[in-house]
Design a binder for this molecule. Structure first.
Ligand SMILES: [Zn+2]
Length: 466
């Protein structure tokens, strides 16, 4: 079966085929850098990362662009309140966002585009839209007229035929299924930042930013456009209307959306006290890999219910994976090959790939991995796992990790590499031989502090990470 995605536009699962050979032109809506991003945002960003990695694993080449929204209603209000320039205010949160992405091992898109660095191009696009008769002016602001655009509502599958022509909205986000003409260019207000451009002084609205930067870097028709489900209306609907009005071409062929993240089955909100940034979660002692695993483990088309119980079991799953890898690396197996186990490894890898081809069904892919690990562990315990079986087992686990990327522990201050752990274990063994038990115990405690658990067996010392 080929790689396929659920396309919000057609409401169907479709085979994926880019326009040009194996090149995928992809645009994903990026962060608005007015605050620390929360775990719901990172659910969507982790989905982009998995999508990137799986497309590449399937032999595609990526041209992926993500915007950084650094001018927008909320940012302007917050910067004004703190008496900071827009650039000073957003720099803090852009850096925080990039640091958080790195912690979660989210790959960098080929191009990150800041809105404030593309103002002239946006003004130019708005001028073109005006020339084509798609805009009108009110109080110095320019609005996009949606009434003549018959396809409006095609992505969100809303029927806007009864909409009020001429109803306008100034804010960038509005969540009712209420179609309004939206601001492309906002007139300067007291104390607010603005740019001088050929279409007059002002600043761009949020929607035009994505259309302009997507077309600028990726051309008139994208292969994939992705975002969170909350962006389908109005943001993506507006992006389509502006882009099609500009170019006369379809804007994006596959629209992929990541569902909401709930916390304890409720919508995350500051007033409910269930609002978490990535930093909040990591501050409770969880590793970035556990968070990454949890966010990746639920397929993007399903809502993800975040709980600390779930995060604990994600941590346990990561440990099981690491311990299996450690067994492969450290244990001695009898020579030869167990053919039945070789066949199991091949079947598990096929199931893993087929699950990800199926609209990135990460839950099924992980089920294939754990089923295999369970059988392989049982075979190891019973002496049925042979030396040559390690090759296929390692290849499968490595393939898993090129997508999920959780095996390598994040090194914290003073945390030890495998080699350093082995060296300390050797020193402890020496101390025991010399009957220096105080020193041996001290080394064991020191390792425990670093999250390394020792187990003395008849074959020597086995160790694992907590
Ligand atoms: Zn966007």
């Amino acid at each position: 079966m080929p790689l396929r995605f659920y396309n919000t536009l057609s409401q169907q699962v479709e085979d994926f085929k880019p326009q040009e050979g194996n090149l995928v032109r992809m645009y994903t809506c990026g962060p608005t850098v007015y605050d620390y991003a929360h775990i719901g945002n990172f659910r969507t960003f982790t989905f982009y990362d998995l999508l990137r990695r799986w497309l590449r694993a399937r032999g595609y080449r990526l041209e992926h662009v993500m915007n950084i929204t650094d001018v927008e209603d909320k940012i302007i209000r917050a910067a004004l309140a703190q008496h900071k320039s827009l650039a000073d205010y957003t720099a803090t949160y852009e850096k925080a966002f990039l640091d958080d992405c790195e912690k979660l091992r989210l790959e960098h898109p080929e191009q990150m585009a800041r809105a404030t660095e593309h103002i002239d191009e946006m003004a130019d696009a708005i001028r073109k839209l005006s020339e084509k008769g798609h805009t009108y002016t009110s109080d110095g602001s320019l609005y996009f007229r949606i009434a003549p655009f018959p396809e409006y509502g095609k992505l969100s599958h809303n029927d806007f035929s009864g909409m009020r022509a001429g109803a306008r909205v100034d804010v960038d986000t509005y969540d009712k299924a209420d179609a309004r003409d939206f601001a492309l260019w906002k007139a300067p207000k007291d104390g607010e930042p603005f740019w001088k451009t050929p279409i007059g002084p002002g600043r761009p609205g949020w929607h035009i930013e994505c259309s302009v930067m997507a077309i600028r870097y990726l051309g008139e028709t994208l292969d994939i456009h992705a975002g969170g489900v909350d962006l389908i209306f109005p943001h993506h609907e507006n992006e389509i209307a502006q882009s099609v009005a500009l170019t006369g071409k379809p804007f994006a062929r596959y629209w992929l959306h990541a569902e909401f993240l709930l916390v304890d089955n409720q919508k995350m909100s500051k007033s409910l006290g269930n609002y978490y940034t990535l930093r909040d979660v990591l501050a409770q002692g969880y590793s970035p890999e556990a968070v990454r695993y949890l966010l990746a483990s639920v397929p993007h088309h399903k809502q993800l219910n975040f709980t600390f119980e779930g995060l604990k079991s994600a941590k346990t799953s990561v440990e099981r994976l690491r311990n299996f890898k450690l067994r492969l690396d450290k244990e001695k197996f009898p020579p030869g090959s167990n053919e039945q186990l070789s066949a199991r490894a091949a079947a598990a890898e096929t199931q893993f790939s087929e699950s990800l081809d199926d609209d990135l069904n990460t839950a099924e892919a992980l089920a294939a991995v754990f089923e295999y690990i369970r059988e392989a562990n049982t075979a190891m315990d019973g002496g049925e796992f042979r030396e040559e079986n390690t090759v296929a087992a390692r290849a499968f686990i490595d393939r898993f990790d090129t997508i999920f990327d959780v095996l390598r522990p994040t090194t914290q201050n003073g945390s030890l590499s495998d080699v350093e752990v082995e060296a300390k274990i050797a020193a402890r063994t020496q101390a025991k031989k010399a009957r220096n038990f105080a020193e041996a115990d001290r080394l064991r405690d020191e390792l425990l502090q670093e999250g390394i658990i020792l187990e003395d067996t008849k074959d020597g010392v086995r160790w694992k990470r907590k």
